[in-house]
Design a protein around this ligand. Structure first.
Ligand code: NAG
Length: 384
């Protein structure tokens, strides 16, 4: 009898370890604490029962391989970190990971450190001691991207080596390694040996967004679930969530390691001709900055639902995503309806879960009338 119990206990423990489905990986972007009014988001605004993992974005990398603190930590950063760690009192199961990199860090330092065994070792040592010092549960690397933006061709191989060394060191201490990777097929071909990248990560957060934006001179949704009949080139037809995820699967990434990256934001344009709001219609730059996110061409879901609820709303039946229009402003984004459809897609592919960039642009205060965190709740209610 006791033997049977032992076997049952072993079997259920094994199931817990091997069943990685249900990940909700949420990014906390430290700079959002400086936003004005209802846009101000602090670590204590996080609901730790809506996320399985919270990723602190970002720290940087120095040329000597050590972790650098990007935010003004002496003043408010350390306090925010303490607040973040205090979320474990509300949910002891939530994992809090340190995230390094991001778009603004570029690629060059990562390329140089990854190429040099001594610098890689210095990075592993520095990351582990930083994690120890502040009590993180793991590490997330957002190198954007190997072989691009100041990187070199050898990055493709060196990235895998770096991940392998980080993963061994972290796993030996019972911690995990994740990375944010591109969801664009052309970008993936430049940057990754996907099967080997997958082997050397515990979780793969595929950034299945930013397929279109004000970096192009025409209208496009930042994260369509599926292609549109208006897509013309072969590349345009693959700039969507379904194609990007399918590429990672086809190249050998195990579905259980993949988290589908979702946005709680959007990207917008100023239309060249306000009467032509079609996909691929001409634009002359990004949409006007929102009062909270304060960047041209970018908008938070919280801004859309709180401030632009009177704009004309359109649903694209092919792409399965919404956009709103007023005058010459065209904003494509995700709302709880499109998020639900994307999570259903993740379920249909048996993915490990989803990743969300980022906590601060959900309607975290519940101002729009559907309770706090409508996007994260749509995820929670849909994800298997
Ligand atoms: C809108 O712009 C697209 C892309 O340039 C063009 O193909 C289409 O004919 C335009 N539609 C109208 C109504 O002008």
């Amino acid at each position: 009898m006791s033997k049977l119990l032992a076997i049952l206990a072993f079997a259920s423990a094994f199931m817990v370890l091997s069943a990685s489905a249900g990940n909700v990986v949420c990014y906390f972007a430290s700079w959002t604490i400086y936003r004005p009014d209802n846009g101000k988001f602090t670590a204590l605004d996080t609901d730790p029962n809506l996320c399985t993992h919270i990723l602190y974005a970002f720290v940087g990398l120095r040329e000597d391989g050590s972790v650098s603190v990007l935010d003004d930590w002496e003043m408010t950063g350390l306090e925010e970190l303490a607040h973040l760690m205090s979320l474990k009192e509300k949910n002891p199961n939530v994992k809090i990971l340190l995230s390094m990199g991001g778009w603004n860090e570029g690629s060059q330092k990562y390329s140089q450190v990854a190429a040099n065994p001594g610098l890689r070792q210095a990075m592993v040592t520095s990351v582990l001691s930083f994690i120890d010092q502040y009590g993180f549960d793991g590490f997330d690397l957002d190198w954007e991207y190997p072989c691009q933006r100041g990187g070199v061709d050898e990055d493709k191989v060196n990235f895998v080596t770096l991940l392998g060394e980080l993963k061994s060191a972290l796993n030996a201490k019972g911690m995990i390694l994740s990375a944010a990777v591109s969801g664009g097929i052309a970008s993936c071909k430049l940057s990754y040996d996907i099967a080997k990248v997958a082997e050397n990560l515990d979780m793969i957060n595929v950034m299945a967004y930013d397929f279109h934006g004000a970096f192009e001179p025409f209208v496009g949704h930042y994260a369509p679930l599926y292609a549109s009949h208006l897509d013309q080139t072969d590349e345009q037809k693959t700039l969507n969530v379904a194609a990007g995820i399918q590429y990672w699967l086809d190249e050998g990434a195990p579905p259980s390691k993949i988290n589908l990256g979702l946005g709680s934001y959007g990207r917008g344009f100023a239309l060249a001709d306000p009467t032509n709001t079609s996909l691929y219609a001409a634009t002359y730059g990004g949409s006007e900055a929102g009062p909270y996110t304060r960047a041209m061409g970018v908008i938070g879901y919280n801004e859309v639902c709180e401030l632009y609820s009177d704009w004309d709303y359109f649903w694209d039946d092919e792409q399965q995503v919404p956009h709103i229009v007023k005058g010459n402003q065209w904003l494509g984004f995700d709302d709880p309806k499109s998020i639900q459809l994307k999570v259903e897609f993740a379920n249909s592919k048996n993915l490990g879960g989803v990743m969300v960039w980022s906590l601060d642009t959900d309607d975290f205060r519940g101002i729009c009338g559907n309770g706090p965190y409508p996007i994260l709740n749509a995820i929670k209610n849909t994800l298997h």
